[in-house]
Design a protein. Structure first.
Length: 252
């Protein structure tokens, strides 16, 4: 039995049908039909064992993977890579195959924390990609590694200039600015005041910021005044878009 067969056999043994149905509701799109229903802690435990195997490269090269959980394992294995250049190479190989927000958001190589300055040109390239989850991954890396000690205002511009019709890109932009308002309020606020984001993303960023315990009551009150009223664009997680009327005075 080769490593691919071993992995799939283990995954099927760990499968939970109730959890499978729960996950399918959270992860729409092409990944949905590949979900087995294996809990993340079990996948992380598997990944720690896999990354020590000499034949793990066979699994990492077996792209595209058959199951959602194999993508999760792949992300967790690469996340444990200790050599920077090797990790970047493996990330670049895997990014084109990311097809869901869950794997994308949990794909966070530990070695990138050690030399964040080397990561910047890669992030700038990723956020300029035309692949949904490569863009989302790039924004995620910028949010994780460059909103505190390594922060510079120009990084806000990298994200503010992103324009996409994709729900999972726009939601990540909103999440980034909500987090930026919590971490770097004075620097991030002008982006919102100047309405530099599209209407849906602008309002979603404010909504997420207002929901954060890290935003003061005074800041929340002011941010609410910056929401764009009247007609607004709404977008579903399936990527469909429509126009509806904003309920004035409700904060929605």
């Amino acid at each position: 039995m080769d490593i691919i067969e071993e992995i799939r056999e283990q995954l099927l043994e760990l499968q939970e049908f109730a959890y499978q149905e729960f996950q399918k509701k959270l992860i729409p799109g092409e990944a949905q039909e590949t979900i087995l229903g294996v809990r993340t802690p079990l996948l992380r435990k598997m990944a720690k064992k896999l990354e020590k195997r000499e034949d793990v490269h066979i699994f990492l090269q077996d792209l595209p993977h058959l199951y959602f959980e194999e993508n999760q394992l792949h992300a967790f294995v690469v996340g444990e890579e200790k050599e920077w250049d090797s990790c970047l190479e493996q990330v670049e190989t895997f990014l084109p195959y990311l097809n869901n927000w869950a794997t994308c958001d949990q794909f966070s190589p530990k070695v990138f924390r050690k030399e964040p300055e080397r990561l910047l040109p890669e992030i700038e390239r990723w956020v300029a990609s035309d692949h949904v989850y490569t863009i989302r991954f790039g924004i995620g890396m910028l949010m994780r590694h460059f909103l505190q000690d390594n922060f510079q205002e120009r990084y806000l511009d990298w994200v503010a200039q992103i324009r996409s019709e994709e729900y999972y890109v726009r939601m990540m932009v909103a999440w980034y600015f909500a987090t930026a308002l919590a971490e770097q309020y004075e620097a991030a606020l002008p982006v919102i005041e100047q309405k530099r984001l599209d209407v849906w993303t602008h309002n979603k960023a404010i909504q997420k910021a207002v929901e954060s315990y890290r935003i003061t009551p005074e800041q929340k009150t002011y941010l609410r005044t910056l929401k764009i009223k009247g007609k607004r664009e709404t977008i579903g997680s399936d990527g469909t878009q429509k126009q509806d009327l904003c309920c004035r005075g409700t904060g929605e």
